[in-house]
Design a protein around this ligand. Structure first.
Ligand SMILES: Cc1cc2nc3c(=O)[nH]c(=O)nc-3n(C[C@H](O)[C@H](O)[C@H](O)COP(=O)(O)OP(=O)(O)OC[C@H]3O[C@@H](n4cnc5c(N)ncnc54)[C@H](O)[C@@H]3O)c2cc1C
Ligand code: SF4
Length: 321
């Protein structure tokens, strides 16, 4: 576990909305990532984050312009391939550049371990992370939808906020023949948890303490934490973990901010890892041996997700108390 960046007993908590509505609509939450990454790019620094490439693979990339950075906006709910980005971060730091690295808490912890103590020009933002679904499941799903639609999938929005609002979770697939599909199947598979990485069931970062200088999330519970702030266009929960981060946070001028309390801002991934579902191996056997349509009907429908949620709640209650 890597918690060297933490100076506060508990983080300072803020609700944040980017002042530019286009930024907010292209971001998963309130657009805090764009605000902080602009600060580094405008100062000649480098930003690392996750993009969905042309093959619909989630990969980490390096950006020095807003154009390159914009591809990192929005959540890709699959494991991102980190490639040789840690080496590139090392090279940028050795060249005297300021670096912003963004990713899951375990990616940030891995980077901090790799870089070691010589990291005064490195700033890390981690995301509150539900768990990462397997890219294999995602690609099997895409292939199945391509067969159904008789066309290649050329775009995937994991959570289409523009059409359905911030609170709703509907994915949208765009196809080469101009058609599109709105669906909840991949979301349901994600939330049923059989397809997330095994290490996510024992994630060390399911608490209010995180390895990043700043930690960001969707601000679930915003109505209680900052009444009147939500407009269903997205609000970021921002946890500030040390003094350097506090100074940097207060230098941002393109965001609207409300100070909040941690006890009004809790969500399950800030408390404990999700337990491994009892039918995880059955799911993987089905995925490897059966048609994806069978898997979608058995694990990706709304009934399956209600059952899974009920089971998760029961198991979580057991593990928390
Ligand atoms: C797999 C995953 C699970 C999440 N689980 C939760 C959760 O349980 N609760 C919650 O409140 N929020 C969760 N989030 C975070 C949330 O969805 C937003 O990413 C976050 O609030 C940032 O939003 P933003 O508006 O500031 O900026 P955005 O522009 O939406 O953020 C983009 C940022 O997310 C990073 N990112 C996107 N996809 C990935 C990926 N696959 N791997 C690593 N980094 C990625 C980019 O590098 C960039 O830093 C999750 C995100 C991901 C990717
Ligand atoms: S849940 Fe934890 S282990 Fe899994 S990807 Fe997220 S931070 Fe990493």
């Amino acid at each position: 576990m890597t918690f060297e960046n933490i100076e506060f007993r508990e983080p300072l908590v803020y609700a944040v909305k980017h002042k530019n509505m286009d930024v907010r609509m292209n971001s998963r939450s309130g657009g805090f990532f764009t605000s902080i990454s602009d600060l580094f790019i405008n100062d000649g620094g480098v930003v690392y984050g996750c993009v969905l490439d042309n093959n619909l693979d989630a990969v980490h990339m390096r950006a020095t312009t807003q154009f390159e950075r914009d591809r990192m906006m929005g959540s890709k709910y699959i494991q991102s391939n980190i490639g040789d980005m840690f080496k590139k971060v090392r090279y940028d730091l050795d060249s005297g550049k300021r670096v912003l690295f963004t990713g899951t808490s375990c990616q940030v912890a891995g980077l901090l371990n790799y870089i070691g103590d010589d990291n005064s020009k490195l700033f890390c933002v981690d995301i509150v992370c539900h768990g990462v679904p397997s890219p294999k499941v995602f690609h099997n799903y895409i292939q199945w939808q391509e067969i159904n639609m008789k066309s290649k999938c050329i775009g995937f929005d994991f959570r289409n906020k523009k059409e359905f609002g911030w609170n709703t979770h509907i994915e949208t697939l765009n196809f080469a023949n101009g058609s599109k599909v709105n669906s909840e199947i991949f979301k349901n598979l994600f939330y049923a948890h059989q397809c997330i990485r095994p290490s996510c069931y024992s994630c060390a970062y399911k608490s209010i303490l995180h390895p990043g200088d700043i930690t960001i999330a969707d601000y679930w519970g915003i109505d209680k934490a900052a009444p009147g702030f939500d407009d269903n266009k997205g609000v970021s929960l921002v946890l500030v973990n040390n003094r350097t981060a506090e100074r940097l946070f207060h230098s941002l001028t393109d965001i609207e901010v409300r100070k909040c309390r941690i006890e009004d801002s809790m969500q399950p991934p800030l408390e404990a890892p999700f337990p491994e579902p009892v039918n995880r191996s059955e799911f993987w056997d089905d995925l490897n041996c059966r048609d994806f349509g069978y898997v979608a009907a058995k694990y990706g429908n709304n009934d399956a997700i209600h059952k899974a949620k009920h089971m998760i709640k029961k198991l979580l209650r057991k593990s928390l108390y």
